[in-house]
Design a protein around this ligand. Structure first.
Ligand code: FRU
Length: 496
């Protein structure tokens, strides 16, 4: 039984963090025999990026995690970069004597012999004991390309229609798609993206998923998720875009015009996210998790014994909106079991200078609210507040945009791009706005209008900054309902 209580300054109390040292991308997420596996890019000897391993944790509810020993470590083929894992139900690989087992497909990163040129090749590892131990395939690597320098982050899924495995991976600033009958031999099928979407940085961590369209029975579309790396020219740093379209077993085609750029999250801290393999959930969405940081400053954030957290796990779906079919996301409902105390306000009016929440103090909570904007020019929350600090999440009715302002949210001197405000266009219907917020020790996640917009940002406020304010400018507004749930720590019950 572990007695570690993880109460260090800034340590998230309901988001996944490594027990110690550095973490970046989520890797190899797979659901098998009642367990959610989460692997992650990990440097076990430092709190900055270094020789990459796969850290490992297991959960039965996506909220409480049991830390496991490191699953994969650098070997003669190099360090272990990002990748995925699948259940090989029919033993197509031959690793499992006819039974189902887990196969991880990841990038081995080293250098070409006698040169400094980086080499990135795809390899396999497999587990016959529900992910507890991993064996490297002796035929590694299984997929190479000597021309392309950035050639990494394989994500694999079983395509039922063509009865084959499909692998998508980042190749420079585009995605390559391969097919295989057995996970070991891969055949090039197509390339996507040369002239599509944003090319503000190198493409990384692609994912290709089929999602239902809300309210349309039997309607589905394919979504290509692509993270794009940091580029000193853009203050946004690393971020994630997506495309909605069609996949025929060989090629992905984009439904939108090539210049359309769709962001998965409008905050600064949701990167390299991909979905779980084989997650059979009744919600019928796809389960996603992202790394809650940004390459612009990831190595500099002010935590001590560990660095970085994951976003809350989220369910993805598609919704038909004014501009087309767009991704929506919601936190998994499992988070609700952390609610320990709820206060509810209904039918309350809000005027300038008043604060309905003046008695509330907290640093770990969830807010669900529905507001009528009325004649207010701006309405929103000031979170993690004190005399000198606050993080603002608000809607500007004049510019019709939702924004988060973390310019005085707390520690920010570690990077000049951190203290900033960012806005995203959001149209309201009948002057109504729905916000769903999660505030943890060092993060804010905002979901607006039932998941239509997501904003994820890290913040590093003083532990004394616990005030909360609901404010309006320019006129009065109305709270139709506002629930504030104090969330308990995932460490409040000692884990086995
Ligand atoms: C994305 C990424 C991946 C790579 C990994 C290395 O954040 O750069 O492309 O596999 O991190 O840690």
């Amino acid at each position: 039984m572990s007695t570690i209580n993880y109460r260090e300054k800034y340590r998230p109390q309901f988001h996944f963090t490594p027990p110690a040292k550095w973490m970046n991308d989520p890797n190899g997420m797979v659901y098998f025999e009642g367990e959610y596996h989460l692997f992650y890019q990990h440097h076990p000897d430092g709190t900055t990026w270094g020789p990459m391993h796969w850290g490992h944790a297991i959960s039965t509810d996506l909220i409480h995690w049991e830390h496991r020993p490191i699953a994969l470590k650098p070997d003669e083929n190099g360090a272990i970069f990002s990748g995925s894992a699948v259940v090989d139900w029919e033993d197509t690989s031959g690793f499992f004597s006819g039974k189902p087992g887990l196969v991880a497909i990841f990038t081995h990163a080293d250098q070409y012999p006698d040169s400094n040129r980086p080499r990135q090749r795809q390899s396999l590892a497999y587990s016959t004991d529900k992910g507890r131990t991993w064996l490297l395939y002796e035929g590694n690597p299984v997929l190479c390309d000597e021309q392309i320098l950035d050639f990494r982050d394989p994500k694999v899924f079983w395509h039922a229609d063509s009865q084959r495995w499909i692998l998508v991976l980042a190749a420079g600033d585009r995605v390559h798609i391969y097919t295989s009958p057995n996970l070991k031999e891969w055949k090039f099928a197509s390339e996507f993206g040369a002239n599509e979407g944003s090319h503000d940085g190198v493409w990384e961590c692609p994912d290709l998923i089929e999602l239902p369209v809300e309210g349309q029975e039997n309607a589905s579309k394919w979504v290509m998720i692509v993270s794009i790396g940091d580029n000193p020219e853009f203050q946004e740093g690393s971020r994630t875009q997506y495309f909605v379209g069609h996949f025929d077993g060989q090629a992905f085609t984009n439904d939108d015009s090539p210049e359309t750029v769709l962001w998965l999250d409008h905050g600064r801290d949701n990167y390299a996210g991909v979905t779980w393999s084989d997650a059979n959930r009744t919600d019928n969405g796809k389960l996603f998790i992202g790394w809650m940081s940004n390459w612009k400053y990831a190595n500099l954030t002010p935590t001590d014994s560990w660095r970085s957290a994951m976003t809350l796990p989220r369910l993805l779906a598609l919704r038909s909106v004014r501009d087309g079919i767009r991704l929506v996301q919601k936190p998994v409902t499992d988070v609700q079991k952390l609610r320990q105390q709820t206060q509810l306000w209904e039918e309350a009016s809000v005027s300038p200078g008043q604060n309905l929440l003046s008695d509330i103090h907290g640093d770990t909570y969830e807010i669900e609210c529905e507001l009528v904007i009325g004649n207010a020019s701006e309405i929103g929350f000031k979170l993690r507040r004190s005399e000198h600090e606050e993080t603002v999440v608000a809607y500007n009715a004049i510019t019709q945009s939702l924004f988060i302002d973390r310019s005085v949210s707390g520690e920010k001197a570690f990077h000049e791009a951190f203290g900033c405000r960012h806005d995203v266009a959001l149209q309201t219907e009948n002057g109504r706005l729905k916000l769903h917020l999660f505030v943890d020790q060092s993060s804010v996640e905002v979901f607006a209008n039932d998941g239509e917009i997501a904003i994820t940002d890290q913040i590093f406020p003083d532990s004394q900054s616990t005030g909360l304010e609901l404010y309006v400018h320019g006129g009065s507004a109305k709270v139709i309902s506002l629930s504030l749930h104090v969330l308990k720590s995932i460490y409040s019950v000692a884990m086995a």
